[in-house]
Write a new protein. Structure first.
Length: 173
């Protein structure tokens, strides 16, 4: 300890990151952020997959909506990874690492109905919100206000994506 700031190495990382978070807090939070990042990359790729393979009478609207959503999802990746590094942790290293950590499922089906694409992305965004809330609770319990602040904005964004997917997937009345 130096001036009440912990400068211990970052659990296998050569970088000694100054923080007042305890070592156990940093390990737990960085691990949660790593898994969350894997989920985010999985959702990003699935959203782009469905964007690229959209078809049907609402093609243009869905295609554009999914492209916007994919951009928003991808925009989170660097901030999540950098937050893990700021507290002395490590982040993802490969596609295989993403595959091992992600809690969202892939979809590499040859064809998916547009309504099923929207429903699956809605479910995935809802699951991502649940995972972000769990990570938020962990950050709150460990006094990590910076992580909680980031997560609060991303939860709102994911809920908005879910709302758009839900409304777009409803049958016309």
């Amino acid at each position: 300890m130096r001036n009440n700031i912990q400068v211990e190495g970052g659990f296998g990382s050569a970088l000694a990151t100054p923080t007042d978070l305890t070592r156990s807090s940093r390990v737990e939070i960085a691990g949660a952020l790593r898994a969350l990042l894997a989920d985010i990359f999985t959702l990003y790729l699935k959203t782009k997959n469905f964007h690229w393979h959209m078809s049907g009478p609402h093609f243009r609207d869905y295609h554009l909506m999914l492209d916007d959503q994919a951009s928003q999802i991808f925009a989170m990746t660097d901030a999540v990874a950098e937050r893990a590094r700021k507290i002395g942790g490590t982040t993802l290293r490969s596609i295989g690492h993403i595959s091992r950590l992600s809690r969202l499922s892939d979809n590499d089906a040859e064809y998916v109905e547009p309504k099923d694409m929207l429903a699956e992305l809605l479910q995935d965004n809802q699951q991502l919100v649940s995972e972000m809330r769990r990570t938020h609770e962990l950050a709150v319990a460990n006094g990590d206000v910076a992580t909680t602040s980031l997560l609060e904005a991303w939860i709102d964004e994911a809920e908005r994506r879910g709302w758009f997917l839900f409304e777009s997937g409803r049958a016309a009345e």
